[in-house]
Design a protein around this ligand. Structure first.
Ligand code: ADE
Length: 242
């Protein structure tokens, strides 16, 4: 998968993209990352990319031209069509289903804004997928883009050491029962006792069916306790019968 990242703060990306799973995926040739500075596409001599909002108000608005030219120039660097993504708190709230869909694309192009956001007309023209990583406001889209890159790249075939481990995460389609999402169960490793706390007996039993049943029940219990919003979804096996 090719991933292009357009930003006014290119220095934010390399340390994260070189680390952990996303870094290993690049080394293995599973993902390749290209970071581009939007300022390089400004046409005025001061490399100005933002201006005051029409109608007044605080902050600055990213101008259409540098963003538009950056997207078109970067897209032309590779023949594969790119799925355009703009990061904004006004976007679709990101969920694992969307992450799984993004992982099926051959090329993603992220556009990270700063200040008060983008001139609306460049969004109309580019028609990107607008995504939010939560109901809070970041200083810019860079960290949101990195969150999404991490969530997507770890799903690419070969990115995780152990192929199964992504399938059992909270929110993965594989933990969805009857169309419902469940949180992950608790995990334990050695020692068997720590500060008086014991590992649940069933996990030491070697009885794989009993372990699977225990984990399934723990997932349901956690979902009920911590995320009743998920548990009360109409498709949920945890929802009370009609
Ligand atoms: N940019 C600023 N806040 C954001 C958020 N919550 N999600 C995505 N992009 C953003």
């Amino acid at each position: 998968m090719r991933i292009d990242l357009l930003t006014l703060f290119p220095e934010m990306f390399p340390p994260v993209l070189a680390s952990s799973i996303v870094g290993r995926a690049a080394d293995a040739g599973i993902a390749d990352y290209h970071v581009h500075d939007i300022r390089q596409y400004a046409q005025n001599k001061h490399a100005k990319v933002d201006d005051r909002p029409f109608g007044g108000g605080p902050g600055m608005v990213l101008m259409c031209q540098p963003v538009y030219d950056a997207v078109l120039s970067v897209e032309a660097l590779d023949a594969r069509p790119a799925t355009r993504i703009v990061l904004t708190p006004q976007g679709e709230p990101l969920r694992q289903k969307r992450v799984e869909w993004l992982a099926t694309q051959e090329r993603l192009l992220f556009i990270a804004g700063h200040y008060e956001g983008f001139d609306e007309r460049v969004l109309e023209e580019l028609n990107p997928l607008e995504l939010s990583i939560g109901d809070y406001v970041l200083s810019g889209g860079e960290l949101a883009a990195l969150v999404i890159v991490d969530a997507v790249v770890r799903l690419l075939p070969g990115a995780l050491g152990h192929e199964q481990s992504a399938a059992e995460d909270s929110f993965s389609t594989a933990t969805t029962k009857g169309g419902q999402t469940l949180l992950d169960c608790p995990h334990y490793t050695r020692p068997r006792e720590w500060r008086g706390r014991e590992v649940p007996e069933v996990l030491l039993s070697g009885d794989h069916a009993a372990i699977a049943a225990w984990r399934d029940e723990e997932r349901r219990k956690r979902t009920r306790e911590r995320r009743p919003d998920l548990a009360s979804h109409p498709a949920s096996p945890l929802a009370p019968p009609d």
